[in-house]
Design a protein around this ligand. Structure first.
Ligand code: PRP
Length: 185
């Protein structure tokens, strides 16, 4: 894999900015769900880093479960909208307060798919928390209840978000200079 310094265009959010915003979201969510038995659902894989940090900024004690979804098909640097469920929840969510935690909403197709699927299971409430919202790319309307940052229509990586399955480990979120990026062999 190419060294990310070669294709990094701009750091949109550094570690401190992310930490500050995640702590605000954690505090808001803790307030909103105070006294309720919350189930946090991490959407794998991009949501791992954000969910882990968000949990550590909560003052409530939610249960945690995971789902793995992936979009596939045409268009590598943008979601295709075809959504596959790789791993479903272990928890029965009927009558539960559920908060989905996702790294990024782009076309909205992944979230729309999972929301439709989970609504049929009769949760008491179902809300969404995303770190990044690429609003101008929305194709399907989805309600997002908690947003970390709005981001421009550029390919982003870091803080859980991959570029060709790499760079998820980086503590910041940056844009890619696609002219300088070489896809791994
Ligand atoms: C990415 C991201 C969201 C989705 C957003 O997932 O994590 O789930 O795309 O795009 P959309 O709003 O257009 O549907 P990806 O399929 O790349 O899987 P990953 O989380 O495992 O990296």
């Amino acid at each position: 894999m190419q060294d990310y310094h070669e294709f990094l265009d701009e750091i949109l959010m550094d570690e401190q900015a992310i930490e500050k915003r995640v702590s605000e979201l954690g505090a808001q969510i803790s307030k909103d769900y105070d006294g309720k038995n919350l189930l946090v659902v991490c959407l794998l894989r991009g949501g791992i880093t954000f969910t882990a940090d968000l949990l550590r900024h909560m003052s409530i004690d939610p249960e945690v479960d995971c789902m793995s979804l992936s979009s596939y098909g045409v268009g590598r640097y943008a979601s295709s909208g075809n959504v596959r469920v790789n791993l479903d929840l272990r928890t029965n969510i009927e009558g539960r307060h559920v908060l989905l935690v996702e790294d990024i909403v782009d076309s909205g197709r992944t979230l729309a798919h999972v929301l439709n699927m989970l609504r049929t299971r009769d949760p008491a409430s179902l809300r969404v928390c995303v770190l990044l919202d690429k609003k101008m790319r929305r194709e399907v309307p989805v309600q997002v209840d908690y947003v970390g940052f709005d981001v421009p229509d550029k390919y982003v990586f870091g803080y859980g978000i991959d570029i060709d399955e790499h760079c998820r480990y980086l503590p910041f979120i940056a844009t890619v200079d696609l002219k300088k990026y070489r896809k791994p062999e």
